[in-house]
Design a protein around this ligand. Structure first.
Ligand code: NAD
Ligand code: UDP
Length: 342
């Protein structure tokens, strides 16, 4: 019997495990009894997100950039690749690194998965549909991405990563699975993350004007992080491998103006709305068709926006009261360690 088969725990690598989604995934996998190896460069993640796990006997942190990582020195059963800045201002801050993270970083992790005969889940994105001409977006829609615009480093990087994953799958080298994640929110988003829900909640809680880009009539469909994590784990575990990308998101669609109204209502804030220019290539409508996830994974989101927003607002209120550090890896705040019950 090999070392691989006699181990009593599954070992999951979570690349990007110190980030918003990744840290909740680490919690959920540990709660399932897995050993978890978090690989993160702390580019946009925070040590606070995983501080509660530091002394967990089955948790290991490897500080590394996935663009450089070549091996993991212990057996591995699963690799989740969530490592990539996800907020437009963050992924556009160093677009070449974002592209290399998606392509070289994913290739490195696929190679590690191949070495260990590990299954692989790639965190892809609804951004691969670009500014969609079909609505809602089904997985067989091929998208409308501007390959030379400011979002291309992320959109095209993630598209290339999907291509790598499916080539590795077709050639029999790695059991890859691809999740196309739609806008997800919840506790542990950075207050300075720059995405809509963190921006609006932080602004409302501070009594500052809520920034709306463009008319505010553009739409998004928001998934609470706990629902997403359940979907990612189901995708990793489902047999047989779907061999197709799977949308993971909440199909309830809201305009940005509707979201702003809800934020003001829930936080009882009197902040005003200020309208700013719409960023280039900003998608106008976005809503996942989740029939594939419902059918293959028996998964669908359970947490309505109003409930999720309330939980996120409570967390941001606590984070702001504790003056949650935004960049520091050594801050003393414990707020980031809030653990959702899986
Ligand atoms: P996040 O920025 O909070 O987390 C990303 C993590 O990856 C951070 O901890 C960061 O430090 C790390 N990272 C980035 N580049 C790295 C590199 N080269 N090497 C090692 N670590 C690196 O973002 P998130 O919202 O938690 O997103 C997680 C994943 O899910 C990303 O791949 C993102 O593209 C995908 N996704 C997220 C959403 C969403 O709405 N949250 C939507 C679609 C896709
Ligand atoms: N947005 C906004 N105000 C903000 C941040 C974002 O109106 O302070 C808009 C943004 O232009 C987009 C939508 O909200 O239309 C969602 O933006 P986000 O950056 O959260 O995600 P993405 O565009 O990647 O879906």
């Amino acid at each position: 019997m090999t070392m691989h088969t006699i181990r009593d725990k599954k070992t999951s690598v979570v690349a990007g495990g110190a980030g918003f989604v990744g840290s909740h995934l680490c919690d959920a996998l540990l709660a399932k009894g897995h050993r978890v190896i978090c690989v993160d460069s702390y580019l946009t993640g925070r040590a606070e997100n995983i501080i509660a796990l530091e002394n967990h006997p089955h948790f290991r942190m490897i500080e590394a950039d996935i663009c450089n990582i070549q091996m993991i020195d212990e057996p591995v059963d699963q690799v989740f690749n969530l490592a990539c800045a996800a907020s437009p201002p963050h992924y556009q801050a160093d677009p070449i690194h974002t592209m290399m993270t998606c392509v070289q970083g994913t290739a490195n992790l696929l190679s590690i998965a191949a070495q260990h005969h590990a299954s692989f889940v790639q965190a892809s994105t609804s951004e691969i549909y670009g500014d969609p001409e079909e609505h809602p977006q089904r997985e067989d829609y091929r998208g409308n991405v501007n390959c030379t615009g400011p979002r291309a480093c992320y959109d095209e990087g993630k598209r290339a990563a999907e291509a790598l994953c499916f080539d590795m799958f077709r050639s029999g080298k790695v059991d890859t699975r691809v999740a196309r994640i739609f806008n997800t929110y919840g506790p542990r988003m950075r207050p300075d993350d720059g995405r809509i829900i963190s921006n609006l909640l932080v602004q409302a809680l501070k009594g500052e004007p809520l920034t709306i880009y463009g008319s505010g009539n553009q739409t998004r469909s928001f998934c609470y992080v706990k629902d997403l994590v359940t979907g990612l784990i189901s995708l990793m575990e489902v047999q047989p491998n779907p061999g197709l990308p799977v949308n993971l998101g909440n199909p309830s669609e809201f305009t940005i103006n509707e979201l702003a109204d809800l934020v003001l209502e829930l936080t009882r804030s009197r902040s005003e709305l200020v309208y700013k220019p719409l960023p280039m290539d900003d998608p106008q409508r976005r809503r996942p068709d989740i029939v594939r996830a419902q059918t293959l994974l028996e998964w669908e989101p359970t947490i309505p926006l109003e409930d999720g927003l309330r939980m996120a607002a409570d967390w941001f209120a606590l984070a702001l009261r504790n003056d949650l550090p935004t960049r520091s890896r050594n801050g003393s705040s414990q707020v980031g360690s809030t653990v959702l019950q899986f």
